[in-house]
Design a protein around this ligand. Sequence first.
Ligand SMILES: Cc1cc2nc3c(=O)[nH]c(=O)nc-3n(C[C@H](O)[C@H](O)[C@H](O)COP(=O)(O)OP(=O)(O)OC[C@H]3O[C@@H](n4cnc5c(N)ncnc54)[C@H](O)[C@@H]3O)c2cc1C
Length: 450
Amino acid sequence: MADQYDYDLFTIGAGSGGVRASRVAAAHGARVAVAEEYRVGGTCVIRGCVPKKMLVYGAHFAEDLEDAKAFGWTIEGKSFDWAALRDAVQNDVTRLEGLYGETLSNHDVTVLNEHARITGDHQITLASGKIVTARYILIATGARPFIPDFRGNEHVITSNEAFHLDAIPRRILIAGGGYIANEFAGIFNEFGSKVTLANRSDTILRGYDESVRDRLLQISLTKGIEYCFMAEFEYVEKQDDGSLRVKLTGQDERIFDVVMVATGRVPNIEGLGLETIGVECGKRGEIVVDTFSRTNVDYVYALGDVTDRVQLTPVAIREGQAFADSVFGEVEPYAVDHSCVPSAVFSHPPIAAVGMTEGEARNTLGSVKVYQADFRPMKNVVAGRNERSLYKMIVDAATDRIVGIHMIGPEAPEIMQAAAVAVKAGLTKADFDATVAIHPTMAEELVLFK
Ligand SMILES: Cc1cc2nc3c(=O)[nH]c(=O)nc-3n(C[C@H](O)[C@H](O)[C@H](O)COP(=O)(O)OP(=O)(O)OC[C@H]3O[C@@H](n4cnc5c(N)ncnc54)[C@H](O)[C@@H]3O)c2cc1C
């Protein structure tokens, strides 16, 4: 049966989900090819999580070097070289791209570095004109930045370009209220840019717990980040000196050196030929799938950001693993559990969260107990940095089960990864109380809530 096709599996997109699915399917014995039109590794490795986190590390030195004085260190002549950091990050991205390519070839996956589109039943046509057939097709084409429609939008950049700037802008406007906007606001602010964050609503980080969002706003304002709420683009005009004249609703015209939009991401479905075989898409352009990542066409699957379920790398990877095991492995088909997915915002300081916010818990459960620790980390006290952390635990009053943890403070994502295991496992507040603290740490607050 398999031999009537060139491949058992043809994956479109070698990002987080596509690489995992292809490699695991091949390990199960399938003949696999994957097409990638840009760079193997996808968004996360090439222009997302990985280079972003490296910039976050680089940026945070601004505060660490400042704080070092209070710990007795004299650092003379400190300066920051953006080009050095940018190039170091890009070198590592290239190294990782190579590793991902090696992983695929070590598993005998054929990598085709070109655009692919579906041109018929079980049929894919590559940019080079080559036509191949496959028993199964997996669409793992990810998402791309959404740029709103306004006059002059050709002058803005997105996160894709932010990693390659020639210089750190003196004045940057970042549009958006989500995690990417807030992370880059923190990064550029630490590098010395005057950062303005504009959002069309009156809040940032929708979906995160309100107290934690308010704390980030308050700390960011103290650090000098400016916020414009209820502001949408009217126009952007390029001036003779290269700077950008920007008009936002409700604001006077302002001049910036760079305007970056981080106003959401849209599924990559254009030019894929989905209509050729009738693959169903939803209102936001997402490919509609069931819990097993199956589309309405029985041999076509889709996973990761293009399905717009939870747009995070570890989720795309799990979906890729589950797909490959279920279709090509000797296991009962299984689905990925999308509940209780922990997440982080690598702002300065970072945020981490798992489970329900206080608002969601009150609406869903009725009776909840909320425990809160609002404290100044020891390091900040010594450094004279007036920046307080906030940890919140949400407990179902009826069962004592912890239904959510929300944190903002140094290393919150590192601490959260372990705490998320406990929440996912359904542990109770009493279980946390029974655990002895590690002292002195920030994380000990999690077992000392009163
Ligand atoms: C700035 C930024 C920061 C992020 N930070 C984090 C983070 O800290 N943590 C986290 O978990 N997630 C983060 N993400 C999200 C994460 O990168 C994505 O959720 C993840 O990469 C999705 O994986 P995927 O396999 O669905 O798609 P992708 O990784 O986007 O891969 C899709 C691939 O398909 C290719 N492609 C598309 N169409 C075609 C075609 N027709 N033919 C051939 N190839 C094609 C693309 O070139 C791309 O390489 C971040 C994203 C961004 C943009």
